[in-house]
Design a protein around this ligand. Sequence first.
Ligand code: OXD
Ligand code: MN
Length: 606
Amino acid sequence: MTVEQLKHGRLKKWVKESAALMAPDAVEVCDGSKAEYDKMIKLLVDSKLGTVLNPEKKPGCVLFRSDPSDVARVEARTYIASEKQEDAGPTNNWCDPKELKATMTDLYRGSMKGRTMYVIPYSMGPVGSGIAKIGVQLTDSPYVVANMHIMARVGTKVLDVLGADGEYVPCWHSVGKPLAPGESDDGKWPCAPIEQKYISHFPETREIWSYGSGYGGNALLGKKCLALRIASVLARDEGWLAEHMLILKITNPQGEVKYITGAFPSACGKTNLAMLIPTLPGWKVETVGDDIAWMKFGKDGRLYAINPEAGFFGVAPGTNDESNHNAMESIKKNTIYTNVAMTEDKDVWWEGIGYDAPGKLIDWKGNEWVQDKGNKEQPPAAHPNSRFTAPASQCPAIADEWQDPNGVPISAFLFGGRRPKTIPLVNEAKSWVHGVFMGSIVGSEVTAAALDVKAGTIRRDPFAMLPFCGYNMGDYFKHWLEIGQKSTPDKLPKIFFVNWFRKNEAGKFIWPGYGDNSRVLAWIFDRCDGKGGAVETPIGTLPTPDAIVRPDGVSEADMKELLKVDIEGWKAEIADVRENHYPKFGDKLPKELYGELEAIEKRLEA
Ligand code: OXD
Ligand code: MN
């Protein structure tokens, strides 16, 4: 479709003005068809950016290697450009919107020369759902178009819903690498240097401007930018929730069903939890979403969640048949791989895939790589943040309801992180406010390799939303407290703090995790019905020692340790929250949360 054929006057005008600034050689409106996807892949293969994988082993799959400067979200270059700095809050980078727009307009000027501008109309959420939102992304990257085909619903069907004057979130994206006449990418991943990368959000005008990166969360603007940062602002204003949460469906042996969402910081196994295969006989877990949940109240006072995405953009390393069989099945065909290693017969390989490298590989940088198991210093063949982009419909465990436009009713929220000590395996909040307190103190252990911080340090990541909240996190806590006022405790989801990552003195994990997490989910399921053995403790409601069926290898003593209230550890935890965490939010920190802090302090002293 051409720009002239667009029926939406405002959209047409905006596309034309954008094209005049960015000066692409051509403009194409995406229709979302398979032919369009194939055309993008062909363009990418012809310009030597993509490699078609072995059709016998990975039919319909393509591999990309990005520039080493463009391998992950860049939090330092991500901005919340609200009118007032206070509205971005202490945890976001802020810039004056006028200043930022001026800087970026200069960068965008002529940035698409030699390239085509693609206009991608997309829906986050089932097309036409009352909970869904529409965005239109302009991009000069066929890689982004192909990925958006998988991660969102794109094309003509979205324009049909938008009609002549519907609302959409305008999103600008350019890789920031114009081409001279006759020049082609010729195998060199296009992007701008790090100091020219900007991932900018304008919450008041609901706009997204991304420049200089072609990678994942920086460039697929429906995901973190729209579905979390901008949507969190819409949710605050409209009384709903846009969260960094997986959504799972769980069925007990009697055939009863509940839906659970869970917020965990990046790299804590959300995708694995969303797709787990229970080791507990008779139980079944199915997937609704693995990264983002949008929740609105139904007429019955319950919260209903949709997964706004249509695909999985998952981390490859560590994914194997044991850790996540369903993910491995999901990525066997029609998948885009980025920065994994390639075998001699054009299959994929990564660290933690479950078997040794089968011969010589090409690593994520494009160099030959031969596994040297004796060398602990050997750089990985796959980048630690290498990814797969796969259609959710390919997941064998996808729930029938995953595209239900009305969403699924949520019974429980989980919060968790990697906590080797103190935090028990599972802990039920005593009240909504106590649950919000739990969410507000979520933290996860960082490894020295991941960030420039001391190994073993706990990075607080409230509600796992630290990099994704589009406004002041103090106000975000308040919003959560207000949500709790909109319904009654019997209708609201119950809140649980979980921790699959406890270690013993020798540094070994005490809890096996993965499929055995179903044992904890079963207790949570029962608690939602007021059942399941439970004891009141100073920190919350914990399972009785025999309430969770122990997996092989977990002794009675281990279970006791996993469910112990570590009074001294909790005192230190609470002191850290009081001294280092909460003060960051100044007077925006709701007093109810200080109230919870004090109540726990008192109970720990008693
Ligand atoms: C993600 C993340 O990519 O949370 O989903 O970082
Ligand atoms: Mn995520």
